[in-house]
Design a protein around this ligand. Sequence first.
Ligand code: SGN
Ligand code: CA
Length: 541
Amino acid sequence: MKAFILSLICITMLASCKSEKTSEVKKKSRPNIIFIMSDDHAYQAISAYDDRLIETPNIDRLATEGMLFTNACVTNSICAPSRATILTGKHCHLHGKIDNHFAFDTTQVTFPQIFQNNGYKTSIFGKLHFGNNPKGVDEFSILPGQGNYFNPDFITSKGDTSIQGYVSDIITDMAIDWLDREAQDDEPFMMMYMHKAPHRPWWPRPDKFEEFTKRTFPEPATLFDDYSNRGTAAKTAEMNLLTHMHYGHDSKIRPETKSEMGDQLVPLVEEWKNGFAYPYGRASKEQKAQLDPVLDSINNYFKANWPTMSDKEKMQWKYQRYMQDYLACISSVDDNIGRLLEYLDETGLAENTIVVYTSDQGFYLGEHGWFDKRFVYNESFKTPLLVRWPGVVQAGTVENEMVQNLDFAQTLLEAAQIDRPADMQGESIIPLLRGDKDNWEREAVYYHYYEYPSIHMVKRHYAIVTKEYKLIHFYHDVDEWELYDRLNDPNEVNSIYDDPSYADVVKQLKADLVQMREKYKDSPELDKKFIEKYNQKLINR
Ligand code: SGN
Ligand code: CA
């Protein structure tokens, strides 16, 4: 009997040892995740990709300590649809958030919900842009809509609030504060830390404004693009620096300057009435005191020179103004990423935390004479992607395979050892992160943009993109195809769709595109349905 009791005790002890061990192994093997996303951050403005415009030493750390993807792209280059794709792991035609106009369908399952149901602490801070609150997070603080740069309002899980300061600093304070409160025990966490900057209208923190207005930046090769050798869409888009960028809203010309100049300033576009006054008006007395001398110098230069400048000079001036503000906003984002990475180092969290840095899409920094995004052409279609994962991703590696924002949910779920829902449509990029290319088979990606007619007037289009080619179909009020040879025409200034020597390529890619639309469950019927839904919304406005 004694022996029996003894062996029972031993078995019980062994069993409890085993379960403790299993849970410890589980804890250790489930990494924390920090998903960082900035709004409209072009890869051309991260020095790990390209150091001609700006140094971003903190974001670059993720490249030197992790992996940089040179061929990461989005499925639809616009804010809320991209975010919905990231959160659901589905193309827009399935999650339904095809554009910025309609609210997100909250019956869609988002990956934070799955993390929360699987023992992760979860949170979101910053810009979401869904028209409703996030699901599946223990705590959130989001900007209403696009949010503001100065002294922004927030919708939080505890109520609405307004915080004094500069938006990028505040979002970072919130993220670090949450980590301080919630990340110190054994439960793993998944935090989404989402900057508003560098979204239009690019109001920098006052000290950065001062610093960056002293700089000049190299012009892109296609700044003076005339859109020849392409179809209608590039010619009719309204995002040209000279003709569509606003003096007040974008270039920071004060309303008083404009009225003083009177007839000398023939407006090329209808200006938004409060384009300057509203964001500037949100600044505090102290912030204005720092902004004003810089604004004075911009406005004085403008008054003295604009009336006699040629169109070429105007374009160049607008480009410099644009870059000064956009890059100054990025500099604040980079400083704040530095704060966060230092915090992870100091607390020892860095070791078991995956840090992802990306944007909701790319952005034109004067390429093709443009700002904004939306097109499947490179600068908008591609998005930065850097992943640091100590012990898994080899430091300093560069990956050229084609990956998409569609893949993020599945990747993060797999990293956390959580099963993915069957209806997600991406691929986990974990084989690439582990350096195991044999398990990577993707040869092409699918793209579909919908928001038309709307601001910037980029026509609806879908496309198939391989490393070598890009075949695009613009539809709705046109029916036009374009083909680009990505290797021989990296600036995409020459559509070779009608070139007979590419006939076979066109034939093959068209067949692949049909197959791809079938594979992802997209169809002409859905295209039509979304146009009807959109038109209905325009009528009801
Ligand atoms: C705002 C911008 C546009 C931009 C859209 C969508 N104008 O309307 O330039 O294309 O947002 O951007 S703004 O000066 O008022 O900000 S997105 O990133 O949200 O998709
Ligand atoms: Ca965006």
